[in-house]
Unconditional design. Sequence first.
Length: 319
Amino acid sequence: MSHLFALRTMLYACLWAASAALAAPVGMVRLHERAEVPAGEVRLSQIASVSADDETAAFALAHLVVARVGAARTELRLSQPEIARTLARQGATREWRWSGAGEVTLRVVANGVESVRIVDSAEAALREALQGRGELRALQVLSRPASLRLTPGPVTLRARVRDTVPQRRMVAEVDVLLDGKLQRSVPVAFEVQAVAPAWVAVRDLRAGQVIAEADVRREAAELPAMHGAALPPAVIGLRLARDAKAGAAITSTMVKRAALVARQDEVAVRMHDGAVQVDSRGVALSDGELGERVRVQVGDQKLTARVAGPGQLVLGDQR
């Protein structure tokens, strides 16, 4: 376990060193007055809030180790200058503005899983899930879970993201295992700010039309702000549920699967009356899938017919 901690510490230190080479704006570290931590390594993110325009730098700094506490200790105090010196020894040489408390009091809890550890595990899983899916600009946790208290034994966290389609609100689930047995699954929601590949309308498109290849182009766009809306990987062949202006990104809430017969579509209508069959043309007055009945305008008449195929309706019994 100590070898794994050492590897993680080296990784965060490398992330910090890489980000420090960039001339990013100075960030802010707000030190808490009190924090509950389990025995072991204590990271800056457990005792302070870190923010910066350069999110990579903030993420790296927040995950550097500031202290190690044993299970025998119940309380430990760390001053802001002491913490800054510890961070500097790990490569955090850039100037950061400090605020908040001048000293933090750590209370060591028995075999607990603190909230920040759950959030860190969820954030790492979400970052991994979003790799290669666009440019991630910011992740903001929407609600922090409560810390957990467990019976003695080795604790393992295992995080996963079920829906990896980039969208403004995403959830990572963290499984908490004790001695290899699942104790609880904790969902952690994040607000995601990112630019991802999108389908963009090249002209004004009207609700009801089926999107053709010539109607859209592929380019980067901001994730839609509407809850539940995403940038679908494919839109060609789908039907617009509402109008799309030229230059607007097509979101998942704007499209639906094209029905075999859609309202206002011109359709072929085959009418049967015994052995007599008449083929005509009409305009569908509602959407319909195979076998469903829809209203159709044929000349001056409004009739009810059954959907027999794409753009095809049947009226009467077929012999």
